[in-house]
Design a protein around this ligand. Structure first.
Ligand code: ADP
Ligand code: MG
Length: 249
C-alpha cells in the first residue's frame, strides 16, 4: 500500500480563456477529488461562470488542459458530447425546457444521451422528484412551478444521469429570498450523498457550511483557496479580505 493521495477526479492546469482581447481566465490550476465540494467565490465578472463552462466543455479554452479522471478532455480529439454527458450542470436562470413536462425534462438526457429505456428513466425520475417533494408536479410544465421548484427540478434533471461532477452556477441568485433555502437544502443533501460539486455561489454562509474548500477567484486568477474556516476566518490576501468585507453583516 502506498499513501499517495487519491488522484483528482477533475483537474485543470494552466487554463487561459479570452473573449476578444479580454483575458477572462488567466492561468487557472484547480483540482477536485471525488466527493469534494468546492465553492467558487469572487466578484461579478471575475470569471466564475466561464471557468465552470470551460470545465464542462461548454466553452472552448485557449490554453491549458482539463482532465476528467485520467482522460485529457481538452484534447480536441475527444468525443465532446460524450464528455459533457458525464457532467451535470445547473445555471442561474432556470434552464428547464419550457415546452416539456417536468418529467420529460428530468428524463430527456437519460433517454436520449444515455439511451436508458423510458420506463427505467421515468421510474428513476419519479423517485427523485418524490424525494424533493415534487412528485405531483411531474406532468406539469415548468411555468406552473415556483422558481424554487423549478430550480430543484433542474438539479434533479442534472443528477438523473448520475454525473461524475456537478457544476452549479449561482443556482440561487435568481430566486426570491424565501425560496433560496429549499434549493440549498437539496444541494446539502447531495453533498451528504457524496456528490462531487463545484459551485459558484454568493451564499457565503452556505459555502462555509457545506464546502470542503473555498476558492476565491478575482480577475481570472485564483487568488487564494483553502478550507472555509481558513478562507473566511483568516484570509491571507488583501484582495480576499476586501471581497469578503462586502458580505460581513
Ligand atoms: P462571473 O461568473 O464571475 O460573474 P463571467 O465568467 O460571467 O464572470 O464573466 C467574466 C468576464 O467575461 C466578464 O467580463 C464577461 O463580460 C466576459 N464574458 C463572459 N462570457 C462572455 C461571452 N460569451 N462573450 C464575451 N464576453 C464574455
Ligand atoms: Mg457568473
Amino acid at each position: 500500500m502506498t499513501d499517495s493521495p487519491t488522484p483528482p477526479l477533475l483537474r485543470a492546469t494552466g487554463l487561459w480563456k479570452s473573449f476578444g482581447d479580454r483575458e477572462v481566465l488567466r492561468g487557472i490550476d484547480l483540482d477536485l477529488a471525488q466527493h469534494d465540494v468546492v465553492a467558487l467565490i469572487g466578484p461579478s465578472g471575475s470569471g466564475k461562470s466561464t471557468l465552470l463552462r470551460c470545465l464542462g466543455l461548454l466553452e472552448p479554452i485557449d490554453d491549458g488542459q482539463i482532465f476528467l479522471g485520467d482522460e485529457d478532455i481538452s484534447d480536441p480529439r475527444v468525443d465532446a458530447n460524450g464528455i459533457r454527458a458525464r457532467f451535470g450542470a445547473v445555471f442561474q436562470s432556470f434552464n428547464l425546457f419550457p415546452h416539456l413536462s417536468v418529467l420529460d425534462n428530468v428524463t430527456l438526457a437519460s433517454r436520449v444521451v444515455h439511451r436508458m429505456p423510458r420506463r427505467e428513466a421515468e421510474e428513476r425520475a419519479h423517485a427523485l422528484l418524490g424525494r424533493i417533494g415534487l412528485a405531483d408536479k411531474a406532468k406539469e410544465h415548468p411555468d406552473r412551478l415556483s422558481g424554487g421548484q423549478q430550480q430543484r427540478a433542474a438539479i434533479v434533471r442534472a443528477i438523473a444521469t448520475d454525473p461524475e461532477v456537478l457544476l452549479l452556477d449561482e443556482i440561487t441568485s435568481a430566486l426570491d429570498p424565501e425560496l433560496v433555502g429549499e434549493v440549498l437544502e437539496l444541494v446539502r443533501d447531495l453533498t451528504a450523498d457524496g456528490a462531487t460539486i463545484l459551485m459558484a455561489t454568493h451564499e457565503m454562509a452556505f459555502a462555509r457550511d457545506v464546502a470542503d474548500r473555498v476558492v476565491f477567484l478575482d480577475d481570472g486568477v485564483i487568488v487564494e483557496q483553502g478550507p472555509p474556516a481558513q478562507l473566511f476566518g483568516a484570509p491571507e490576501s488583501a484582495r480576499t479580505r476586501a471581497f469578503l468585507a462586502r458580505f460581513t453583516p
